[in-house]
Write a protein that binds this ligand. Structure first.
Ligand code: PHE
Length: 356
C-alpha cells in the first residue's frame, strides 16, 4: 500500500472506525490508557501514519494533513469521553464501597457498675461525713493484723474466753499475726495516733471462720465508727445511729431495737437490729426466724481502751460502733443470700444502677 492509498480518505475513515471501536472495547481505565498509547502515543499507529505525509504529493499534503489531524482529534475526543465515563464509574464504585450506613445500630460499649457492697459503703461514709465524721484511709488499718490491735488493746485479756466470740484465722507468719476479725483495730490504730476530739469512720474487710450459710460468709465487710470527746453519752450514740438508719433506708424510720449486749471494748454495749424486710418481723430463713436482722454492735468505749491508747478516761468518753456492710445491703436492696455478693454473677450485678 503506497502512501497515497494508505492516507486515502476512505482508509482514514476505516482507521477512525477501528480506533473508536478499540477505545469502546475498553472496560477500565488501564485498558483505555493502553489503547491510547497504541493509537496516539509516540509510536502509536496513528502517530506513525503522519510520517507518511512526506510521501504525499505536495499539492495534496495540506488536505491529507488536515484529515490526519481531524482523525487524531476525533479519536482523542472519543477517548476523553470514555475516560470521563470510566472515571465517574470508578468514583461511584468507590463511593458505594465507602458508604456509611447510618441506619446500622451503634456499637454498645459495656459500662461497668459499682458493686453493691462498694455502693453501700460509699453511701454510709457519705452519711457519716454529713454528721462530721471523716473516713479513714484503708492503709491506716491493716487486714493482716497482730493480736495486740485485734484483741489485746481492745481489752480482750490473753486467755479471756471472749476471744472465742470470733473464730479467728491465724497466719503462719507468726503466732500473733492474724486476719483481723473486726474493724475495731481501727479504734486502737487511730486513737494511739490522734488526740480527741475524734470522729472517724473506717470501712474494711474482715475474716471469720464461719460456717457458710445464706447469712454468713468467711469474709465480709464492716464499717467502724468512733467518736471521742468530752461529755459524750449513750444518748449521743443512740441519736447518731437512729439518724443514720433513717437516712440510709430512704428517710422513713424503720423499726429498730437496741439490745443490751457484750463486747470487751465497750461498756455498756448494745446490738442494733432492724426489722426483717423479708418477713416484716414474722420470722423467715433470712432472719433466722427472729424477725430482726442484726446490723451493728455498739457501745461506750471502755475506759481501759481509752487508757491503752493514752487517752485520759476521766476527761474523755466516747462511743464506737461496727456495722456489717453485707447486712445493710441485703436489707436495703432485698437480697436474701449473702453468698451472691461474691459470685460476680453479671445477672445480679447488672440490677444495681450506679448512684454516683
Ligand atoms: N467489733 C464488733 C463486732 O465485730 C462490733 C463493735 C464495734 C461493737 C464497735 C462495739 C463497738 O461484732
Amino acid at each position: 500500500m503506497n502512501a497515497t492509498t494508505s492516507l486515502s480518505p476512505e482508509h482514514l475513515k476505516t482507521l477512525e472506525t477501528q480506533a473508536i471501536a478499540q477505545l469502546n472495547a475498553c472496560s477500565n481505565l488501564a485498558e483505555l490508557e493502553h489503547a491510547k498509547v497504541e493509537l496516539l502515543g509516540r509510536s502509536g499507529s496513528l502517530t506513525l501514519l503522519k510520517r507518511g505525509l512526506k510521501d504525499v504529493p505536495a499539492e495534496d499534503r495540506p488536505s491529507v494533513g488536515a484529515s490526519l489531524n481531524a482523525l487524531s482529534q476525533a479519536v482523542e475526543s472519543v477517548h476523553d469521553e470514555i475516560k470521563a465515563r470510566l472515571d465517574a464509574d470508578a468514583l461511584n464504585a468507590q463511593l458505594r464501597e465507602e458508604t456509611i450506613d447510618v441506619t446500622l445500630p451503634g456499637r454498645v460499649l459495656p459500662v461497668g457498675k459499682v458493686h453493691p457492697l462498694s455502693q453501700i459503703t460509699e453511701d454510709v461514709c457519705r452519711l457519716f461525713e454529713g454528721m462530721g465524721f471523716s473516713v479513714l484511709d484503708d492503709n491506716a488499718c491493716p487486714e493482716v493484723e497482730t493480736e495486740f490491735f485485734n484483741f489485746e488493746a481492745l481489752n480482750f485479756p490473753a486467755d479471756h474466753p471472749a476471744r472465742d466470740m470470733q473464730d479467728t484465722y491465724y497466719t503462719e507468719v507468726a503466732s500473733n499475726v492474724l486476719l483481723r476479725s473486726q474493724t475495731s483495730n481501727a479504734q486502737i490504730r487511730h486513737m494511739s495516733q490522734h488526740k480527741p476530739p475524734i470522729r472517724v469512720i473506717a470501712p474494711g474487710r474482715v475474716y471469720r471462720n464461719e460456717e457458710v450459710s445464706s447469712r454468713k460468709y468467711v469474709l465480709f465487710h464492716q464499717i467502724e465508727g468512733l467518736y471521742v470527746d468530752k461529755n459524750v453519752t449513750f444518748a449521743d450514740l443512740k441519736g447518731t445511729l437512729n439518724a443514720f438508719i433513717t437516712e440510709l433506708f430512704g428517710g422513713n424510720e424503720r423499726p429498730t431495737r437496741f439490745r443490751p449486749s457484750y463486747f470487751p471494748f465497750t461498756e455498756p454495749s448494745a446490738e442494733v437490729d432492724v426489722q426483717c424486710l423479708f418477713c416484716q418481723g414474722d420470722g423467715c430463713k433470712v432472719c433466722g426466724h427472729s424477725g430482726w436482722l442484726e446490723i451493728l454492735g455498739a457501745g461506750m468505749v471502755h475506759p481501759n481502751v481509752l487508757e491503752n491508747c493514752g487517752i485520759d478516761s476521766t476527761v474523755y468518753q466516747g462511743f464506737a460502733f461496727g456495722m456489717g456492710v453485707e447486712r445493710l445491703a441485703m436489707l436495703r436492696d432485698a437480697i436474701d443470700d449473702i453468698r451472691i455478693f461474691y459470685t460476680n454473677d453479671q445477672r445480679f450485678l447488672k440490677q444495681f444502677k450506679p448512684k454516683y
